[in-house]
Design a protein. Sequence first.
Length: 202
Amino acid sequence: ATDGAALRAAVGFIAGRGNRALTLVADQSARSAAAAEVVRAAAAAGSVAVQAPGAGSGPVVVVAGWEEAASILYDIAAGRLTAEGVYLAPWLLSAPLLEVPAGQLLVLPFSPADALPRRYLDALGAALAGADPTASGYASWLAAQGIEGPEGASGTRLYAPATVNADLFANAGAGGHDHGRPAVSTDWLPGGRLTAVTGGLG
């Protein structure tokens, strides 16, 4: 429900900017199929057409899993696919995806700088040094604490990765992972940060 609300807010933002079409990237998983239906319904409500990858320009909304998301991001970064902004589903919060220079925005129902996400980062760093934090890991950690959902005081906003090392794209393979990334303290985006680029999206 939280992810669905975030996706509806992202599509509402796209419609509010006057876009009349968006490209939807999904896969065969149950989560992606359900999310795609949410996006299609929200797009229809905003009079925004939904098209397949390669069918036209405009914003790209990605509700697939990591593998398909990485493939699309690398296609956009390499100029093989045209996109006027790439909107990633909340579960795609993962440093290897955010490090691809593709102009992506991440819709999140919490701020990565909020107290609970920071507690998750501390716990992950203590338990598994060097591991990349992810939205799925955060959700599992919340469940283990008996906390129902990732909503935070900051509400749903769009976040952009700031300070991305372009060398990562040159050195990383099409799978989207750079195993040579230097070890740093646990953070959502080592060497950079996620910056809110909108106010709260209702």
